[in-house]
Design a protein. Structure first.
Length: 209
């Protein structure tokens, strides 16, 4: 059963305050998102399995632990998800990165994949879908379904902030997917913006309007 984890580490919460601040410029915003993504990666990988190995230190031979089991795949949802990838790769440099780009057809309202490129072995990987904002849940829902359609079995969703409405959409559509957040916000407004939110993550990351 998918659970919602709010990562309330003091450093995450401190940096998130500056990410929310409208006076934070593009360069600083990008650096802060990078740092928070790295801190979230530290928390999200807490339960990765370990196995014993033997190494030689300069003093003696000893048993020690290394990561075991599934390999990691990072799947940012284009385009805002790109802003969180580098921070995670600093901690998990061996992770493979896939990309998912989706939009909704205005006529049919069905998701259309305009770009998808994934590691060849996604069914064997622990996949972390990345998007700074979980608002209505539409994009994340479509991206997760795209991965499942291609054989993915182990998926987590990682977002900076979420609205309760988006969380409910994912929990209902994908009860097997754990959700990791830096903050669960109050609500969506009439324009589907998260309140209090942080504005448009893509625009603030890339300096566009």
């Amino acid at each position: 059963m998918g659970n919602v984890h709010v990562l309330d580490h003091p450093l995450i919460q401190h940096k998130l305050s500056y990410i929310r601040d409208k006076n934070t410029g593009t360069k600083e915003f990008r650096e802060l998102v990078d740092e928070v993504a790295m801190l979230m990666a530290f928390e999200i990988t807490r339960d990765l399995p370990l196995e014993e190995t033997t190494i030689e230190t300069p003093v003696t031979t000893t048993n020690t632990k290394v990561l075991a089991g599934k390999k990691i795949g990072l799947i940012p949802i284009l385009r805002a998800g790109l802003g969180m990838v580098d921070g995670m790769l600093k901690l998990i440099p061996a992770a493979r990165v896939g990309h998912v780009g989706l939009y909704r057809d205005p006529e049919t309202l069905k998701p259309v994949e305009y770009y998808i490129k994934l590691p060849s072995d996604i069914e064997e990987r622990e996949l972390i879908v990345i998007d700074p904002m979980l608002a209505t849940g539409g994009s994340a829902n479509d991206a997760i379904q795209s991965l499942k359609n291609r054989g993915a079995k182990n998926i987590r969703l990682m977002c900076l902030i979420a609205a309760p409405e988006g969380v409910e959409v994912i929990k209902e559509a994908h009860p097997d997917v754990d959700i990791y957040l830096a903050a669960l916000d109050e609500k969506l407004d009439d324009h589907a913006y998260i309140v209090p939110g942080l504005g448009d993550a893509g625009d603030r990351l890339f300096g566009t309007k």
